[in-house]
Design a protein around this ligand. Structure first.
Ligand code: GLO
Ligand code: MG
Length: 345
């Protein structure tokens, strides 16, 4: 099997979780931060992706200098384990103030809070030596469309992105689109929306995208084509690997576990674009609720393993078959050859 020598992988601490869902409580004990770091290292990952309050728990009640000191401490702990920080994202949606969204809240004081907290998150990025600032715009949307003026909301988003860009000349914003959940309708539901709005900011070169496979599927799109769209624009700055079985709640299943052929095509497009040398693969998966605590890191390991198996499948595709793909002929036979290649028969 291919070693992950050329691809680099990260995961977020929230992917090792207690297993609660909207219908039931936790089913596994909380795992300490240090133990998650150990898993990261032992499972052959290169980096952690973090929310601001993963890096600095309780940051709200701390002074700005104490926040940065603690972020640096976490960074050192990672470095001692040979790990780096891929990105940091402000977790606006878990704060009571962000109930109606942060940047697009109906309350101007909340909109200001969201910008201030994002600026602080940029400082945390810098303290942790990453220039990648991720925005998953969780609650930037509505439950009731009439509640907000959509035109103003998009303007607020651009103003917030500008404030972040202006706060630090080096920071790059990677926006992670998702069409719904937790909101009924989210602003910036697809990578198309993300790249369009990037061009309206004060520095379009520093605004790009992060594509999560499950989110593309929730928008009814083809993830491989979504990846290709961002790649051709040099705007794919991270990928959240996972899978999704149709249009339901955001499942965050193990990469490739639902649709192998689609996963193969996602890997193929990343291979063709040479993504290994330009970005990291972040595994954003949830363990099944039935998974016992002692095995509750398996979903991370399996996602990375599936990715590397599929890299092998892409690289070992018969060159003659590759050639036949480029011309119209017996396409049914060519498709069958791909299916057989995937099945190993
Ligand atoms: C949820 C998102 C979430 C983000 C993470 C990083 O649907 O995928 O997990 O990726 O919070 O901002
Ligand atoms: Mg994600």
């Amino acid at each position: 099997m291919t070693k992950n020598s050329d691809y680099r992988f990260s995961f977020g601490p929230w992917t090792i979780h207690e297993g609660s869902d909207p219908f039931g409580p936790t089913v596994r004990p909380t795992v300490e931060s240090a133990s998650k770091l150990k898993t990261c290292k032992e499972a052959g990952f290169d980096a952690m992706m973090l929310h601001d309050d993963d890096a600095v728990p309780g940051l709200d009640s701390m002074s700005a200098s104490a926040v940065l000191a603690e972020a640096k401490q976490y960074k050192t702990m990672l470095a001692d384990n040979g790990l780096v920080v891929e990105m940091v994202a402000p977790r606006l949606w878990e704060d009571a103030r962000g109930i109606d969204g942060g940047f697009t809240s109906r309350d101007p004081k909340v909109r200001q809070w969201a910008i201030d907290r994002s600026r602080q998150c940029v400082d945390i990025c810098r303290a942790m030596e990453t220039d990648l600032f991720v925005l998953w715009l969780a609650r930037e949307g509505t439950y009731m469309r009439e509640a907000k003026n959509s035109i103003d909301s998009h303007r607020y988003l651009i103003e917030a992105f500008n404030a972040i860009l202006e706060h630090d000349p080096q920071i790059r914003i990677a926006i992670e689109p998702k069409p719904n959940e937790p909101m009924d309708h989210a602003y910036l539901p697809t990578i198309g929306h993300v790249l369009a709005i990037a061009h309206q900011t004060v520095d379009p070169a520093r605004v790009g995208g992060l594509i999560e496979i499950a989110h593309s599927l929730l928008a009814g799109l083809d993830p491989a084509d979504d990846l290709a769209f961002a790649l051709q624009a040099n705007k794919l700055w991270s990928v959240h690997l996972n899978d999704q079985n149709g249009l339901k709640y955001d499942q965050d299943k193990t990469f490739g576990s639902s649709n192998l052929r689609s996963a193969f095509n996602q890997v193929r497009v990343l291979e063709k674009a040479g993504f290994a040398s330009t970005g990291m693969l972040a595994v954003d998966v949830k363990a099944m609720r039935t998974q016992k605590a002692e095995f509750a890191t398996q979903h991370l390991i399996n996602s990375k393993r599936m990715f590397m198996h599929l890299v092998e499948k892409v690289r070992s595709l018969d060159p003659e078959l590759e050639r036949q793909l480029t011309v119209s002929g017996n396409d049914e036979a060519v498709e069958m050859a791909i299916l057989e290649h995937l099945m190993g028969v």
